[in-house]
Design a protein around this ligand. Sequence first.
Ligand code: M6R
Length: 357
Amino acid sequence: EKGTYPHFMLKEIDEQPLVLRRIIQEYQNEDNEIKLDPDVRQAMKDCDRIYIIAAGTSYHAGLIGKQFIEKFAKIPVEVHVASEFSYNMPLLSEKPLFVYISQSGETADSRAVLVQTKELGHPALTITNVPGSTLSREADYTLHLHAGPEIAVASTKAYTAQMAVLAILGVDTANAKGIDLAFDPMQELAIVANAMEAMADQKEVFEDLAHEFLETTRNCFFIGRSIDYYVGVEGALKLKEISYIQAEGFAGGELKHGTIALIEEETPVIALATQAAVNDSIRGNVQEVIARGANACVISMKGLEKDGDSFVLPKVHELLTPIVSVLPLQLISYYAALHRDCDVDKPRNLAKSVTVE
Ligand code: M6R
């Protein structure tokens, strides 16, 4: 139950370091090697392309998972929104592996695709928080998120758990394929867990940012480049879902192709700057919006920070930054919703699992 927490969402945000540590434990053997169902390992080795199918926040985790699997295991990955896939199926490769990501394991849109791809005879792996769920039972293999029950409609700890498990899966597949990586996922995830814990202890900072940037606004933009872009899209979903502020996530470089027309005096723009390779270019985008009157809130990674940034994230491995950078966005959304007297755990018009197509 909620214990001393006012909302499940806040409790679940706080549980994230613990969940990461549980995942490290569950996916590691006594020799500190990755422990994973050998059938999953084989299926990953055997496929020539991975198709990730998911909805909402789980889809956003899939976008990050693609980076892990392609960068570590060198397998091409496509990520698809479940509700679009069925009637707009792309040309499939010869040996596809379908990966369904779903907190609940009950999302009807994802299940419809699973039924279809099973009929075509393609193997399926479900990554879920509920191993007995429909998507888990009907797939060939399951990886468990070990996040514990997620009650708040807005997904938080399941999202970070999904990314952690996808990182482990990517590294495991690389190992199985004999690809040499100078990357110990368990060690790096432990660093991430500590970083999250340190940030979760600074809630007043994020409450202040919610006040400063979102108090009265009707809209908000999130920008980022490279993997920061995907985290921005998740940040926007979180914010609109619980605070009803209209929010959109954009790739920094796309702004000038249209959306910048919406920037006016005091428009909040939350920018993520965690990637060295695109630090200068995202900073350029921030200047562009500031020049048009925007209120820019920059969240950067230690080592890449500049004067005036609103928050500097503790340093973690560059590829794992999404797990860390989403936490401020979750907390800012939480406080923005709270300040507007919204029903944080049960936002209007939404259900925890969407069991209709
Ligand atoms: O249970 P699932 O992960 O399959 O759910 C998918 C989406 O419905 C879900 O992530 C939704 O977008 C959340 N409410 C977002 O916080």
